[in-house]
Design a protein around this ligand. Sequence first.
Ligand code: CP
Ligand code: NVA
Length: 309
Amino acid sequence: MTAPRHFLDLSDFTGSTLRTILDAGKAMKARRRTPEAAKDRPLDGRVIALVFEQPSLRTRMSFDVGVRELGGSPLMVTGKEIELGEREAIEDTARVMSRYVDGIMIRILKHDALKELARHATVPVINGLTKTSHPCQVMADLMTFEERLGSIKGRTIAWTGDSNNVLASWVHAAARLDFTLRIATPPELAPSNELVAWAKGEGAAVELTSDAFEAVDGADCILTDTWVSMGDGEKERRHNLLQPYQVNSKLLKAASRDAIFMHCLPAHRGEEVTAEVMDGPQSAVFDEAENRLHAQKGVLAWCFDAIQA
Ligand code: CP
Ligand code: NVA
């Protein structure tokens, strides 16, 4: 039996495979709701479990719709129902689920649990967000950047705020797709030594600072995310530390004139981003949310061998 094609982290892939997946998603987006879309049915007759231990709007709906558009049937399961790693060994859950469904998309905070599930599943497993990474989000972000501003190769992307799961997937992408990623965080909330060492080992152009203005200077894109991610404590401390990293008009002006603003959502106006930026002409946040659907259709097509890469 050949190994299933899991989609766990962008760091597992070559730049060329990521590019092929993105191109497939882009092509399906162009064909969507045309007679041509009839050929995009790699999931015909297949059932894909969508498992959520945490809340979700975008991931839940975009996977549900994407699976249906590709000819498959989604099967929604909440974490409470299966109590992964609690009712039985994760490897047993993986084996049992693999007998019923053709693929598993899961949102679970524990990255090790995701990896354990994938190790024992005989069907593709897709990471729908862990505390460590959010690769599907960054595939949509890459698609959005390139739709707006062309190839990301050689460009400068700035991240300001907390260093979290979305940022980690951006670091992985920087190593694979050859762009510069400048990261501004308070020293107390800087990326882990492990992630920084990984980026260095891969020769990625990842630069760290604690100054948001230094990070965004002349950048093609400013990214941020919530100050309090799922599973985080110390809300007040985080708010105090992160205040200087807010994306506001003054910060946006320090970026390139054509720079776009991106945020994976859900966002909090007045906290990590002002309403003026979030709802302003340089904001690409709703295209980004839409592109979750299209980028993930590329991911699903790859997982189910409908594209060669
Ligand atoms: N961006 C994102 O993953 O959103 P949800 O948490 O709503 O799925
Ligand atoms: N960093 C956020 C992303 C939500 C989509 C979180 O983990 O809560």
